[in-house]
Design a protein around this ligand. Structure first.
Ligand SMILES: C[S@@+](CC[C@H](N)C(=O)[O-])C[C@H]1O[C@@H](n2cnc3c(N)ncnc32)[C@H](O)[C@@H]1O
Length: 217
């Protein structure tokens, strides 16, 4: 695992195990803001609830927090992460990322304890569960959006299985959206089999298309 800087100056990590970086080299922060936060429609909400599959370095969480609280809203966020990075790597990434700096210290302090946690700060309540999505039990119909970010389907097919996607669906409210950079046919078919309306939307940052799937049943 080693740190890399992406094109917009925000940090990422390269995982030797998955042979992939945690974010596109075209911009980690840009992906957080344009794919996840924007397509989830979080801005302007008084309250937003998000589940993230693959919390990683927490950049998507921090970008969501900035968007929601800049308009006075409150963010409730559940992150799933089975392979937490070492606290030193998280600390280094946070130090290099300029998103929501006041949230870094409470996040790091809780992370260092190495167990599931809930931490709260200005405009947010963050719950971290150190579990794979396939084994997660999420509160039924809870989230407005699921960020599905556990590496690509090619690198990590188990996370994109029906079992994993079904757990994520359980946590999403009817009408809520699941967002991803993955548009592989078999992933879309899994989502459709679970009762999602799947849409491919124009992509950015090196991807021709991104995916938005709405829970309809
Ligand atoms: C692309 S990175 C996520 C980047 C992160 N969302 C961020 O904002 O920094 C993928 C993450 O998914 C995690 N992961 C891998 N398999 C998973 C699974 N089955 N369920 C949940 N998370 C998984 C990895 O440990 C890794 O931290």
């Amino acid at each position: 695992m080693h740190p890399v800087e992406t094109a917009d100056g925000s940090p990422t990590l390269y995982s030797e195990r998955y042979r992939e970086a945690y974010h596109p080299r075209e911009g980690a922060r840009a992906q957080a803001e344009r794919l996840f936060v924007r397509l989830a429609g979080l801005s302007g909400r008084s309250e937003a609830r998000v589940v993230e599959v693959g919390f990683g370095l927490g950049l998507n969480f921090l970008a969501s927090l900035e968007a929601v609280r800049s308009e006075g809203g409150l963010l409730f966020f559940i992150g799933l992460e089975p392979e937490p990075v070492a606290p030193e790597l998280l600390a280094e990434a946070l130090a290099r990322c300029r998103l929501a700096p006041d949230a870094h210290e409470p996040l790091l302090a809780a992370w260092e304890r190495g167990r599931d946690f809930v931490v709260a700060g200005e405009g947010f309540v963050l719950e971290l569960r150190f579990v794979r999505v396939e084994h997660a039990r999420l509160p039924e119909g809870w989230a407005d959006a699921v960020y599905y970010d556990p590496f690509s389907p090619r690198a990590n097919p188990a996370a994109w299985s029906l079992a994993g996607l079904a757990r994520a669906k359980d946590g999403l409210r009817p009408g809520g959206v699941l967002l991803s950079y993955a548009v592989a046919g078999w992933v879309r078919r899994n989502l459709e089999a679970l009762g999602f309306a799947v849409e491919r939307v124009p992509g950015e940052l090196g991807k021709r298309e991104w995916l938005r799937a709405r829970r309809i049943s």
